[in-house]
Design a protein around this ligand. Structure first.
Ligand code: 9WO
Length: 257
């Protein structure tokens, strides 16, 4: 059971994440609880004001440290002192599936969503970690927090009907996903690979692993560099490279004559 509190000026935005799909199922089956807490209910000035002008001048406002600290304290009082406090910001460490897997084993998380130009730097000591989805700026941390909740929800036991589909998913082995096909067998002249129609499950599994290795080699050689491939995986990748006639990571397919 994972308890998540999201601290935000836009609670109704964040609550949307559990209205659909896997996050909704995770809540329904009791694997996930999502609550929001509005900084405005903890305004340090005694009113609903939680932002102030920046020292040093310039445009823009920042969340003041005391309002943020009070909101975090209320969240920790609700969730218990073991709750990890994570801020979403472009300054954070890059979130990846390793991080998501580790966070999914926690019992309580507080996700802090900044707005405006961010928060008073003196409040950053309240965070156990700062996390970023990538090198871009949003108008606030909410969409990043929602993405995190979604990524966490699908790892919680019970949330995904077929747990095998989580295990075999993209990134489960540090690889990109293999290609997928559905009906019809021939679409605009393009046929489904014969092996997928064979009913030979061992052969299909081998083909899929080979494709996953090959696609990762082509599109994300950096991911492959982080892996220790087994002898079998090496052999499959060599086969993929031989079959597709490409011998350089990132190389385009040679022109067919
Ligand atoms: C605003 C800004 C304005 C001019 C130049 C640089 C600037 N940076 C920011 C900024 O970082 N604003 C943040 C808005 C303050 C914290 C919450 N906000 C946020 C979070 N924007 N983007 C994220 C985010 C979070 C996770 N992954 C990617 C982006």
């Amino acid at each position: 059971m994972l308890n998540v509190e999201v601290l935000t000026l836009f609670p109704e935005l964040v609550e949307q994440v559990v209205r659909h799909g896997i996050p909704r199922k995770a809540v329904e089956c009791g694997a996930l609880a999502l609550r929001t807490r509005n900084f405005r209910d903890y305004g340090a000035a005694g009113d609903r004001r939680v932002d102030d002008r920046t020292y040093g001048g310039g445009p823009g406002m920042v969340l003041d440290a005391e309002s943020l600290a009070r909101t975090v304290a209320a969240a920790k009082a609700a969730l218990g002192p073991a709750a990890k406090v994570i801020a979403l910001s472009p300054q954070g460490a890059r979130l990846d599936q390793h991080w998501v897997r580790r966070l999914a084993t926690e019992t309580a998380l507080v996700l802090v969503c900044g707005r405006y130009e961010g928060w008073d730097e003196r409040a950053a000591g309240l965070f156990d970690a700062e996390v970023s989805l990538g090198d871009f700026v949003l108008s606030g941390g909410e969409l990043a927090a929602m993405a995190m909740v979604d990524a966490l929800a699908r790892l919680l036991p019970g949330a995904v009907g077929d747990q095998a589909s989580v295990e075999y998913d993209s990134f489960s082995a540090g690889l990109l996903d293999h290609p997928h096909y559905t009906r019809p067998e021939v679409w605009r002249g393009a046929a489904v690979p014969e092996v997928l129609l064979s009913g030979d499950h061992a052969r299909i599994a081998r083909w899929r692993l080979k494709q996953a290795l090959g696609v990762t080699w082509l599109k994300r050689p950096d991911l492959l560099a982080d892996l220790e491939l087994s002898d079998e995986q090496r052999r499959l990748l060599r086969e993929y490279i031989a079959e597709t006639g490409m011998d350089q990571p990132g190389a385009a397919a040679p022109a067919k004559d």
